[in-house]
Design a binder for this molecule. Structure first.
Ligand code: PMP
Length: 433
């Protein structure tokens, strides 16, 4: 049937949005470009349920692209936000809450001794790279194909996520000089990293990596990969930036660091630590962070950085994320993985449900996916049919074959029975695609 049959109000809003907003959305993947159909405009959300403007309910498997590990409108977070909002929205002067959020992050991730709050993951990685350049006095940055670190000019090359969805190698508007200072090598390939260091001796300021890749779909680092990056960067006088914007405080209370204990020099965070409001952070070694203004010469600033309402949301979320929440995320991710795999197996659809901690992705591939080239080689044409098979039956997966799926701790038996009922239809559609 027509997957968009119940989306007339969303369709009207999308047309209206397109008149005043480029492509009708404020972040590209929301436009359903690679899956087709009408993007759903959301009216409200609670727990694991998104409700659109036509009154359809969906089990949310995006969770705002990661932040909502507790589910939507969690009472403790909403209360903290309301309380903070009632006492002033922004001061442009320091507050005690900022210290508490910084202490919460420093207390969880051992290699992070100092932390600066910013407003988005993009700002966090942009600032971390500038700091790495300022600290080392070097210009080049090494990143991995298929890793996304936000829309920072220097980091947009071969960047997975939305660019993968839209088939862009990089973006017009990024200058040759910026691209020239960025070295891109395949993920999970330590030899390529070693060769890059040899070919650019004394010039590489930092290696930036997703602590576990989530932006080409979920692709975990192979055993020894992060350790190898640690050694190669140390041996060559470069800094290692662990981008934990997606993994941070989701895959464990200490993020990916909590799982593999490989220490980066600098870290970036966002999503979960924001509680769903605009907040992010970068931090790391105290001696490196000491180079940041006003303590040091590397400039970085923000009118709304450490915003009291965003800080309250982030703090309430992290404080509510106890071991019970992480246990629930583990359970729910494992249950979803089994349901997905059983349904696709029943229809003989070639697939791998890959995990990176509790993040997961469906690849329509017989072979494991370890890098971006392998992710792109999967049978991605099956994805739109699979996506709409789920969406039209009340399950909302990410609208791209190159994105991670996110569970929340709010999911219960009812959520999984909705998913279990929808999956056979979606798997049949994927098989027929
Ligand atoms: N780094 C990673 C690993 C991300 O997943 C993202 C966003 N998906 C970013 C950076 C950029 O964060 P933001 O969208 O908040 O700018």
């Amino acid at each position: 049937g027509d997957p968009d049959v119940h989306a007339s109000r969303s369709a009207q809003l999308f047309e209206r949005a397109d008149l005043v907003i480029p492509g009708g959305v404020n972040s590209p993947v929301r436009a359903f470009h690679s899956v087709g159909g009408t993007p759903r405009f959301i009216r409200e959300a609670s727990g694991y349920t998104l409700t659109d403007v036509d009154g359809n309910d969906y089990v949310d498997l995006i969770c705002s692209w990661g932040p909502m590990i507790l589910g939507h409108a969690h009472p403790a977070v909403v209360e903290a936000v309301q309380k903070a909002a009632a006492t002033g929205l922004s001061f442009g002067a320091p507050t005690e809450g900022e210290i508490e959020l910084a202490e919460e992050i420093v207390g969880r991730v051992a290699p992070v001794e100092k932390v600066r709050l910013v407003n988005s993951g993009t700002e966090a990685t942009m600032s971390a790279v500038r700091l790495a350049r300022g600290f080392t006095g070097r210009t080049k940055v090494l990143k991995f194909s298929g890793c996304y670190h936000g829309h920072v000019d220097a980091l947009l090359a071969d960047a997975g996520s939305g660019l993968a969805t839209f088939g862009l190698p990089t973006s017009p508007g990024v200058t040759g000089a910026q691209a020239e200072d960025t070295i891109v090598v395949p993920y999970n390939d330590l030899d390529a990293v070693a060769q890059a260091f040899a070919a650019n001796e004394g010039q590489i300021a930092c290696v930036i990596t997703e602590a576990a890749a989530g932006n080409m779909g979920a692709v975990a680092p192979m055993p020894g990969f992060n350790e190898g990056l640690r050694k190669l960067t140390s041996d060559n006088g470069a800094l290692l930036i662990m981008d934990e914007v997606m993994t941070g405080f989701r895959v464990s209370s200490a993020g990916w660091f909590g799982l593999d204990r490989v220490a980066g020099d600098l870290y970036t965070f966002g999503k979960v630590m924001s509680g769903g409001l605009p907040a992010a952070a970068f931090g790391g070694r105290a001696d490196v962070m000491a180079h940041l203004a006003p303590a040091g010469p590397v400039y970085q600033a923000g009118t709304l950085s450490g915003n009291p309402v965003a800080v309250a949301a982030g703090l309430a979320s992290l404080r509510a994320a106890d071991q019970g929440v992480y246990d629930a995320l583990e359970r729910n991710s494992a249950t979803l993985r089994t349901l997905l795999s059983d349904a696709l197996t029943a229809e003989s659809v070639p697939h791998r449900v890959q995990t990176a901690g509790t993040m997961l992705s469906v690849f329509f591939s017989e072979d494991p996916v370890t890098n971006y080239a392998e992710a792109k080689a999967a049978q991605t044409w099956r994805f739109p049919a699979f996506f709409h098979g789920l969406l039209s039956r009340g399950v909302y997966p990410p609208p791209s074959a190159f994105e991670a799926w996110f569970v929340s701790a709010a999911m219960d038996d009812r959520a999984f029975s909705i998913i279990a009922d929808a999956l056979p239809h979606a798997a049949k559609a994927a098989a027929a695609a």
